[in-house]
Ligand binder design. Structure first.
Ligand code: NAP
Length: 414
């Protein structure tokens, strides 16, 4: 198979990494994967909005130097593998990248390109900020009360892919071993999945959540788990979460237990409260008391459910951004799929990828440009100039194409 040779854009500079933080030049090279299906439409819209906001916010002093890298169908059509090594290398080397949605080619040898990217780059934190944009149709009375950033562990839990179907030799063997050697009866008929969770990986996801809370002056970090039932996995996640807070952030945090035992329930100034909630109760909490939560750290499966439920609460998955982070490497992405029936129609909502781009700008420290896009997006939705998905839920909306929606956001940049 042929090798890819990515050429750096002229005048671009490489982002550095020193003492656990990014060193961002004014003209950083940022690789992008356009994505399959609706990817080209939403990427074109996103790139224009990010470039316009950056140019306006910094008078041309700062500018992203985009560099296309291949993955998915575009890579296969270029005669290379769906996930070329050069693409992985580029994401590692340039440290910050963004991608549209990807189809997993049938017979490609792995379950999902997205899962492969996360595993191969060890992107251990899936970060999903959820907030309401005024004017978006939402199913609850006060969607604006929910403003939360969810840190979902990305590498272990039942997502580790260690499972065997009912009736297989492996499942029977394992059932026999557990029954006879470990003394816990398991039916020979059972399909069996394994849920590995480790102290090291719990520490790093909770550490990332606490660091985020410190940097963004958030009042609390909530560990969401199902430890009342799964004591040595989910329960351990809670214990290890409190442990890393006490070991590494004793100055900045206090636990809910200490709040009551040492401070009579009165929060000391400037501290971050570390609390925990059982997952089922948490689904009620985000509906009934949404403003009591600002940052959540949770294992893989809880995080999967909770991030979609929270996104729906503020008006939809179509606008939910996401990032997958490692230490020193970040890949931003739209959270929806390739919506193949709309491919090439310039129709769909680019909001999810645009807001992932906003996260990217914040990650670079370019907060002025990020803020400008959020305000312009909100202004555009409030004016009811929206893509089909929002138009069908909004009385009196003016439905526009994906590219026109992006142009309206650009016009609304302050
Ligand atoms: P999907 O692509 O997310 O589309 C499902 C539906 O969601 C669409 O039919 C559309 O609903 C709505 N939708 C999605 N994106 C939208 C947007 N930008 N604007 C407006 N509406 C949007 O899910 P799927 O059909 O299950 O998956 C299709 C392919 O995407 C699969 O190959 C899957 O593997 C892949 N996938 C990739 C990622 C990723 O790259 N991160 C994530 C999930 C799925 P209506 O029809 O109601 O308008």
């Amino acid at each position: 198979m042929r090798k890819l040779n990515y050429e750096e854009p002229p005048g671009g500079q490489i982002i550095g990494w020193k003492e656990n933080s990014l060193q961002v030049p004014d003209k950083p090279i940022i690789p992008f994967i356009e994505g399959d299906g609706i990817g080209p439409d939403i990427w074109a819209a996103t790139q224009q909005v990010l470039d316009a906001a950056t140019a306006k916010s910094y008078n041309g002093r700062k500018k992203i130097k985009w560099m296309e890298i291949l993955c998915g169908e575009k890579a296969v059509n270029a005669g290379v593998s769906a996930l070329p090594d050069e693409t992985l290398e580029a994401i590692r080397k340039y440290r910050v990248a963004i991608k549209g949605p990807l189809t997993t080619p049938v017979g490609g040898g792995f379950r999902s390109l997205n899962v492969s990217l996360r595993q191969l780059l060890d992107l251990y934190a899936c970060v999903r900020p959820v907030r309401y944009y005024g004017g978006t149709p939402a199913p609850v009375k006060h969607p604006e009360k929910l403003k939360v950033v969810i840190f979902r562990e990305n590498t272990e839990d039942v997502y580790a892919g260690i499972e065997w179907p009912s009736g297989s030799e492996e499942a029977k063997k394992l059932a026999g071993f557990i029954t006879h050697e470990l003394g816990k009866p398991v039916s020979e008929e059972a399909g069996i999945g394994i849920k590995p969770m480790t102290r090291k990986n719990t520490h790093r996801i909770v550490r990332a959540a606490i660091r985020y809370a410190i940097e963004h002056q958030c009042p609390d970090v909530t560990l969401v788990h199902k430890g009342n039932i799964m004591k040595f996995t989910e329960g351990a996640f809670r214990d290890w979460g409190y442990e890393v807070a006490a070991l590494e952030f004793a100055e900045e945090t206090i636990s809910e237990k200490d709040l009551w035992e040492k401070y009579a329930g009165k929060m000391p100034e400037g501290k971050i409260l570390i609390k925990d909630r059982i997952a089922d109760a948490m689904f009620q909490q985000v509906l009934l008391r949404p403003d009591e939560y600002s940052v959540i750290a949770t294992p893989n499966l809880n995080g999967d459910y909770l991030s979609d439920a929270c996104a729906a609460q503020v008006g939809g998955l179509g606008m939910a951004p996401g990032a997958n982070l490692a230490d020193g490497v970040a890949l931003f992405e739209a959270t929806h799929g390739t919506a193949p029936k709309y491919a090439g129609q310039d129709k769909v909502n680019p909001g999810s990828l645009i807001l992932s781009g906003v996260m990217l700008l914040e990650h670079l420290g370019w907060t002025e440009a990020a803020q400008a896009i959020k305000a312009a997006l909100e202004k555009t939705i409030l004016s009811k100039v929206v893509t089909y998905d929002l138009a069908r839920q909004l009385d009196g909306a003016c439905e526009v194409k994906c590219s026109v929606f992006a142009q309206k956001i650009i016009e609304n940049l302050a």
